[in-house]
Design a binder for this molecule. Structure first.
Ligand SMILES: Cc1cc2nc3c(=O)[nH]c(=O)nc-3n(C[C@H](O)[C@H](O)[C@H](O)COP(=O)(O)OP(=O)(O)OC[C@H]3O[C@@H](n4cnc5c(N)ncnc54)[C@H](O)[C@@H]3O)c2cc1C
Length: 461
């Protein structure tokens, strides 16, 4: 930008990894101001509210985000929900461009009878609860046991199963919410079954997560040897060039689990494959899960598809955690691809309609751009691609001068009555949580309620 010219203003909606990677790249480009919004008083998205509490190293990525927040031209507006406190059109009135990075917070449904019985819950809610998300502060889960079933074969399924099996000793050094630690201490769950509709070669979890299941302090991992006999097509695929290292390593680990003699721990995680849920059973609450055995058939594009054999079985259980994926929601004024659960876009430029020209000044990154998959680092490349396109459009003169600026934005938000949390206010929350945690040998003790977060942000006790 030429010296003396007014800065280019960009709003970013969602302070998770995608929002922060975009912030960092924009601010380093020079001559740009970033206003980063989040509906929560706290930043960092799923790094705070998704990543398992017993994985503190992964959460240390927030140091990178703190550095971005310290760059000149950055402002954080926590506790401001776009769509409620300010609209898309209003954001465009106050910025040259808007990048939507608000993630994919909803759960995918199974579409089977009994799904809404008490005791059948989406993993999204359980994850939010143990991670101290304010929306989950009043959630309660029936942990009487003795058996829970987790449906799904991804990393989130493994996370929730592991969290149910950790000992108090293992939990007490984490930033798991105090409510969850107390409830898990009373848990009567002795067995967690993780149910995958296909075989171990097709499971979506990553190898380190799978390996961790075999290293739990007080839970054995159990696999029926018959479940890990590979069908001919899976075996051939693993031998060929198309299989990735993760699939090969996962199969090896699962086969090792199947050959293990249990250590005799009090609890167990059972990995079951080639079975799909058919019905969640119970009158007033979950009492069991009817499953059907599957076989693998080669589907379109040569992938292995699960096909029901008709052979059914009932697993007695009191809790079903449905972990079959997250899903994005639309936001008023933004073109949305309902089937994909993403904002309609072409490599980050938001489109008015499929195949049509981009909407000038509107962009997206992260899970709401490409769907709910990929690790934290995946969002860096994704956000950088979007910012590169924004900078190209800026250079090409596509971005219009907005009629209003920062002062008018502040006045508008004040008029809406939004209690805004700026970055120093978040740092007061952070300081309080980490200091309280330090005294207990934990990374932090999370404040669980929005009103307590806001109070702490104001400097209150
Ligand atoms: C349970 C779970 C465990 C995971 N564990 C790992 C792991 O161990 N390692 C790893 O690398 N990756 C992990 N991931 C993946 C990683 O968390 C994601 O790749 C990443 O967080 C996606 O980033 P995002 O910025 O797109 O979305 P998010 O992180 O979801 O951030 C979106 C932000 O937008 C905000 N928001 C939503 N709606 C609005 C609105 N209307 N207005 C304003 N703000 C809004 C939200 O409050 C949130 O802060 C995990 C994911 C889950 C679900």
């Amino acid at each position: 930008m030429a010296e003396g010219s007014t800065p280019v203003r960009v709003a970013i909606v969602g302070a998770g990894p995608a929002g922060f990677y975009a912030t960092d790249k924009l601010l380093r480009a020079g001559g740009i101001e970033v206003e980063l919004f989040d509906r929560l008083p706290t930043p960092y998205g799923l790094v705070r509210a998704g990543v398992a509490p017993d994985h503190p190293k992964i959460k240390s990525v927030t140091r990178v985000f703190q550095k971005a927040a310290a760059l000149e031209g950055f402002r954080f507006h926590g506790n401001v929900e776009v769509g409620r406190d300010i609209t898309h059109a209003e954001l465009l009135d106050h910025h040259h461009a808007v990048i939507y990075t608000y993630g994919a917070a909803l759960d995918r449904r199974l579409g089977i009878p009994g799904e809404d019985l008490p005791g059948s819950v989406p993993a999204t809610e359980f994850v939010a609860w143990y991670n101290g998300h304010p929306d989950a502060a009043d959630h309660q889960f029936d942990l009487r046991g003795p058996r829970a079933v987790v449906i799904g074969n991804g990393n989130v399924a493994v996370d929730v199963a592991r969290m149910l099996m950790l000992t108090q000793g293992e939990l007490s050094v984490t930033d798991t919410s105090d409510t969850a630690i107390a409830a898990l201490a009373q848990s009567g769950i002795e067995e967690v079954v993780i149910l995958g509709r296909r075989g171990p070669a097709q499971a979506a979890y990553t190898t380190p997560e799978l390996r961790e299941l075999g290293e739990l302090e007080d839970a054995d991992v159990v696999v029926d040897p018959a479940d890990v006999v590979l069908d001919a097509a899976s075996a051939a695929w693993l031998e060929g060039d198309d299989a990735d290292r993760t699939a090969r390593d996962n199969v090896e680990i699962v086969q090792e689990y199947a050959a293990r003699t249990p250590h005799g721990h009090a609890k167990r995680v059972v990995l079951r494959f080639l079975a799909s849920p058919v019905e969640i059973l119970g009158t007033d609450r979950v009492e069991g899960l009817r499953i059907v055995r599957n076989e693998l058939v080669v589907g379109e594009h040569g992938t292995q598809r699960a096909r029901a054999t008709g052979e059914e079985e009932v697993i007695d259980c009191s809790l079903v955690l449905r972990s079959v994926g997250y899903r994005g929601a639309g936001l008023e004024g933004l073109p949305f691809d309902d089937a994909a659960g993403t904002i309609l876009n072409d490599d980050g430029r938001v489109l008015s309609e499929p195949g049509r020209a981009p909407l000038p000044g509107v962009y997206t990154a992260g899970w709401i751009k490409r769907g709910p998959s990929g690790v934290i680092g995946t969002n860096k490349k994704c956000a950088h691609e979007t910012v590169d396109h924004l900078l190209e459009d800026l250079e090409a003169g596509v971005l219009a001068q907005p009629p209003a600026g920062a002062q008018e934005l502040d006045a508008l938000l004040d008029a809406r009555g939004a209690t805004r949390i700026d970055f120093p206010a978040w740092e007061r929350i952070d300081e309080h949580e980490t200091t309280t945690g330090e005294a207990q040998g934990r990374p932090r003790v999370k404040l669980l309620r929005r009103e307590h977060l806001l109070e702490r942000a104001r400097g209150g006790s």
